[in-house]
Design a protein around this ligand. Structure first.
Ligand SMILES: NC(=O)c1ccc[n+]([C@@H]2O[C@H](COP(=O)([O-])OP(=O)(O)OC[C@H]3O[C@@H](n4cnc5c(N)ncnc54)[C@H](O)[C@@H]3O)[C@@H](O)[C@H]2O)c1
Ligand SMILES: O=C/C=C/C=C(\O)C(=O)O
Length: 486
């Protein structure tokens, strides 16, 4: 049985308590390995290692030297692509066809992009007048923030963790990562890659465990962590923010969403269907940016519903290794319970089930997996929990609208504000509507199209702060102004 340990100060170590929990493959319910659960002692050791590493060779390196090492990390991920792919798909059950295009390549890109960015970014400078006429010069210098606590979710484990670790390390920080308890494998593989790439011991640490009353909470309660970057549920974000308030530590929070797709009658229907299918069902609907509310202009409503239904019914449900499969299981049986409770709620609230709504028949060797059907509903009231709460499953509700104003009002009606997708061939309308959507990210005629230099994050209850490009740099560094009287 595989033993999954912590990675602290450049070594894989077990928990002093001997406590472990199971890592389960959600495609078949089988145990992949036993994961060590960190107690306060392991979290403390990881934070101490990170603090010490700041003062070691890592803290003395030039930006160019750090960037070279981070390129080696990226190349190390690429060189071990198949191992990362295998590990990510074992943990999540997602199709290899998906992870090989998104999760693993982005794991490498997240190091390259920020390493290069750091080499090229300018600092601000202001000349100022003074009463004696000699003037003064102000200039900014950036310094690493220190030890960063990185807490990440299970839906895109390597992608979302490296999206934070890449810029944090590029800026010269050291990190303690707490991956999701559901998906511990790729964070450990990355430890091996870091070692081989010459990242000094203590710069990248991983502690495994759960959230509350476990590794996650111990990390957020640790007084010697300087800032936290978190991706996960809004409620967890609130808890982490409270813990970080002690000692006035900064947080960057990428949280939940209940994203709207708006499909206008003047859209290119093929593009709108293809994009909405991906945004609702890719990664079995477990993408924070995914569309769970679809608003369609009335003249094309029936055609859109029929075509999305046909698309959903064409998805090929199957395990990661099946090359033809493009729809895997949910991450766990526990998460399936949550998703199925919304499927039941939709029935209770009088939804018309256009397709799905239950659990698919799977062959015996996969029957223990967390499989669920892609599901589409119509006919629910705007205040049904199915329409207002994040389900994080492969499902969406489609509702007609009659005017641009109504569509904008519906899209903005919830306390979330992560992402939105607008489908129209009228570019004036696209700009007009995009400007009025209350969300951190608006896509027009696309979805999950990512340029890593751009700002990424949520408004309202979908998050605090922006990461990506120079915005990551702002979070992961302390900007100091030096004022020189001439
Ligand atoms: N905005 C984004 O960019 C983004 C991206 C991906 C996922 N998400 C959101 O993530 C959620 C799904 O992921 P999840 O179920 O893993 O989220 P989660 O909030 O349950 O867990 C995320 C991480 O936080 C840890 N955690 C849980 N409770 C904690 C606590 N009290 N203290 C410290 N750490 C704690 C977990 O162990 C895990 O590592 C969805 O809401 C989704 O929308 C958001
Ligand atoms: O599930 C959420 C997806 C988030 C994506 C990113 O953070 C990214 O593309 O950088």
């Amino acid at each position: 049985m595989k033993e999954i340990k912590h990675y602290i100060n450049g070594e894989f170590v077990g928990s002093a308590s001997g406590r472990t929990f199971e890592d389960i493959n959600p495609a078949n319910g089988q145990v992949i390995g036993r994961v060590h659960e960190a107690g306060r002692a392991e979290v403390d050791a990881a934070v101490k290692a990170a603090r010490a590493a700041l003062k070691g060779p890592w803290g003395k390196m030039t930006v160019v030297e750090r960037a070279e090492i981070l390129h080696r990390v990226a190349d190390g991920i690429t060189a071990r692509f198949d191992e990362f792919l295998e590990a990510e798909c074992l943990d999540t059950g997602k199709p290899k066809s998906l992870a090989s295009h998104i999760d693993i390549p982005r794991g490498a890109a997240n190091f390259k992009v920020f390493a290069d960015l750091l080499k090229n970014v300018a600092n601000e400078a202001f000349e100022m007048a003074t009463p004696d006429g000699a003037g003064a010069l102000n200039y900014g210098v950036r310094r690493p923030k220190g030890v960063i606590g990185v807490i990440s979710p299970w839906n895109l484990p390597l992608l979302l963790m490296t999206w934070k670790v890449g810029p944090a390390l590029a800026c010269g920080n050291c990190v303690v990562v707490k991956p999701s308890e559901e998906t511990p494998l790729t964070a450990n593989l990355l430890g091996e890659v870091m070692q081989a790439a010459g990242v000094p011991a203590g710069v990248y640490n991983v502690v495994h465990g759960f959230g509350g009353d476990s590794a996650g909470a111990f990390l957020t309660e640790h007084a010697d962590v300087d800032a936290y970057t978190f991706t996960g549920e809004t409620g967890t974000g609130e808890t982490i923010m409270r813990a970080a308030a002690k000692g006035v530590r900064q947080v960057s929070l990428e949280l939940g969403g209940k994203n709207a797709g708006i499909v206008f009658a003047d859209c290119d229907m093929d593009k709108a269907i293809e994009g909405t299918l991906r945004s609702a069902f890719a990664n079995c609907g477990q993408v924070c940016l995914g569309t769970e509310r679809v608003y369609v202009e009335r003249p094309i409503f029936d055609e859109f519903v029929a075509r999305l239904k046909a698309g959903a019914e064409n998805l090929v449900i199957g395990p990661p290794d099946d090359a033809s499969s493009n729809f895997g299981p949910l991450v766990s049986l526990k998460h399936r319970e949550k998703v199925l409770s919304y499927y039941q709620q939709a029935l209770d609230d009088g939804a018309s089930v256009i397709t799905g709504g239950g659990v698919p028949d799977m062959p015996a060797h996969l029957a223990g997996g967390a499989w669920v059907q892609p599901t589409i509903w119509t006919g629910l009231a705007d205040d049904s929990a199915v329409v207002t709460e994040e389900i994080f499953g492969p499902c969406c509700h489609i509702r007609p609208f009659d005017s641009e104003e109504e569509a904008i009002e519906l899209a903005n009606s919830l306390p979330y504000g992560l992402a939105s997708a607008i489908w129209t061939e009228n570019s004036s309308r696209a700009h007009r509507v995009a400007g009025q959507i209350e969300a951190g990210i608006v896509w027009v005629n696309s979805w999950f199209l990512r340029d890593l230099r751009t700002a990424f994050g949520g408004s309202k209850q979908s998050g605090i702060g922006r990461e990506g490009g120079v915005h990551s740099l702002e979070f992961y560094t302390e900007l100091k102004n030096v004022c020189i009287k001439l």
